[in-house]
Design a protein. Structure first.
Lengths: 336, 194
């Protein structure tokens, strides 16, 4: 009665599949490969390069909407920070928000030399009910630094017994390895259904744009409507263009999440994310996590490198007013 | 009491698993299950990263990517516009975008100069990153398709990946870009060799 989680999938050869006897293998191998997927299938939940003022001493705070796994699993967080002068330690605090903020990682003693790159990797458990993360970077003394990016991907460890909220149920070799044990339909189905459950549960970041979000609008590096970027109310300011890859897809949909604010009494459709020459969704910049679903018609449809050009735009709520885009992130999952 | 199920409650009047419970059926079912798992393991989207890679000290950015299993070569989509570091006169040529990837070099950053992938911007001196830039003020180019994993000098070429059965974390350093996205363009054709 063992749940085995291979560190790498075992390749089932064509010969293995050719007229197999009613034996545990290759079915057991296939099931254990699905167990492997539990531990190693790691599409990034967050992949973002910060748009942020560089080489400052003050704390930098970012909020990023998330749709974490229903299984409340561990995630690996990888931060890249560039230091300026001084040798003050770096600090990172990661909080998740469900009904309130909870700290899921905190360390203020990250050794950092002067004028160098610092990579900091850690594990944080993100609860299934979290709707956004807040990541705070700091440096002692204070010395100058620039937070560059964060990548967050699943790293839940070995598969464990029981049915998970995602629908994944780890394979235990007990029934299959017993002498003369039957090969049941459930076993055959479970490999594919487990993989399916993971693909549907672990959302994949397909677009991102992140700026500071610390209740000080002046800290947002690029806003829409200040003196340097003054625009008329009907002008859309281009914030970003980049290409997302959605392998093998033709038409699919992505879920877009946005946190933005403005300094007017009301506003609507101030932030827009869309596909170039395609559909778009818009958000009101009301300070909450807003969301919408965007249909994507892929270029190079059905190909390994199928994808779409994503365009982010912002506009102002009224003449002389300003919109602040803090975070826009989009998620995809196979089958959507 | 449990009523017997009606025949029309089944998805098929003669479910395949009952119809052909012999070896060929096992082959079909097992192959399907295996293919689903192995395909799913490599099912990764690649994000469209939008950022300021122009202002002040932001001209060089570092970020980690998750490279899906079986990947041998990738290409990048690079977004370029004008900016402070490239505020050239109209018609002047901007700096190349540079990409340093661990797998393309020594396994860590920085990589040897010859391993740096350089991509012409495809745009000549223009305005600032934001301003009132219209969409035509930025250009997206795709990195080169030449397969040269031992270049004698920096060039525009495919990004070489390790090709593995498990996903790998690939740190990249990107110079002079305002948007970035990756796509796998070649997977291993024989998983038994990985």
């Amino acid at each position: 009665m063992t749940i085995t989680t291979p560190t790498a999938p075992v390749v089932v050869t064509e010969a293995d599949l050719l007229l197999p006897a009613a034996d545990a293998n290759p079915l057991q191998t296939i099931l254990e490969n699905a167990n492997h997927a539990w531990a190693y299938y790691a599409p990034p939940l967050v992949s973002a390069v910060y748009t942020v003022a560089d080489d400052l001493t003050r704390d930098r705070v970012f909020q990023i909407p998330i749709v974490p796994s229903a299984d409340g699993i561990d995630y690996r967080c990888e931060h890249h920070i560039q230091t300026g002068s001084g040798t003050g330690n770096l600090g990172i605090v990661v909080e998740e928000y469900d009904s309130g903020w909870n700290t899921i990682y905190s360390l203020t003693t990250i050794t950092a030399g002067a004028s160098t790159w610092v990579e900091h990797r850690h594990i944080a458990t993100i609860s299934a009910t979290s709707t956004k993360l807040r990541i705070t970077y700091s440096r002692a003394n204070p010395d100058k630094f620039t937070p560059h990016s964060v990548t967050i991907y699943p790293e839940p460890g070995a598969a464990t017994t029981g049915t998970q909220s995602s629908g994944f149920e780890a394979f235990d070799d007990g029934l299959l390895s017993a002498a003369g044990a039957p090969i049941t339909t459930e076993h055959v189905n479970r490999a594919a259904s487990n993989m399916h459950a993971l693909m549907r549960d672990r959302r994949q970041c397909v677009a991102s744009f992140v700026q500071e979000d610390d209740s000080s609008p002046g800290h947002v590096l690029h806003d829409v409507g200040n003196a340097s970027h003054a625009v008329a109310t009907d002008v859309r300011v281009l914030y970003g263009r980049a290409v997302a890859t959605l392998p093998w897809q033709t038409t699919t949909s992505i879920d877009v999440y946005c946190i933005a604010t403005h300094n007017h009494t009301s506003g609507s459709d101030l932030v827009r994310l869309g596909q170039a020459d395609g559909a778009e969704v818009s958000f009101n910049a009301d300070g909450t996590v807003e969301s919408d679903t965007l249909t994507i018609q892929c270029e190079r449809p059905g190909a390994l490198d199928a994808g779409a050009e994503i365009v982010l735009q912002g506009s102002i709520p009224a003449s002389g007013k300003t919109t602040y885009i803090h975070a826009v992130i989009a998620y995809w999952r196979p089958g959507d | 009491m449990r009523k017997p199920p009606h025949l029309n409650a089944w998805p098929s009047a003669t479910p395949k698993i009952i119809d052909t419970p012999t070896a060929p059926a096992l082959v079909e079912y097992l192959a399907t299950a295996d293919a689903y798992v192995m395909a799913g393991l490599a099912c990764y989207a690649q994000p469209a990263l939008m950022f300021d890679g122009t202002s002040g000290g932001l001209a060089t950015r570092r970020v980690a990517f998750i490279v899906p299993p079986y990947s041998e070569r990738m290409r990048a989509w690079v977004t370029r516009s004008g900016g402070l570091v490239d505020s050239l006169q109209l018609g002047a040529q901007q700096n190349d975008t540079t990409i340093s990837a661990e797998s393309s070099g020594s396994g860590s950053l920085p990589v040897a100069a010859a391993e740096v992938i350089t991509t012409p911007p495809g745009i000549a001196g223009s305005s600032a990153y934001l301003g009132t830039a219209a969409p035509w003020a930025s250009v997206i180019t795709r990195t080169g398709a030449e397969d040269d994993d031992s270049p004698s000098s920096a060039k525009d070429r495919l990004l070489e990946m390790t090709g593995a059965l498990t996903p790998t974390v690939e740190l990249m350093e990107i110079g002079a870009a305002q948007g970035f996205g990756l796509s796998v363009v070649r997977q291993s054709q024989d998983l038994e060799t990985l």
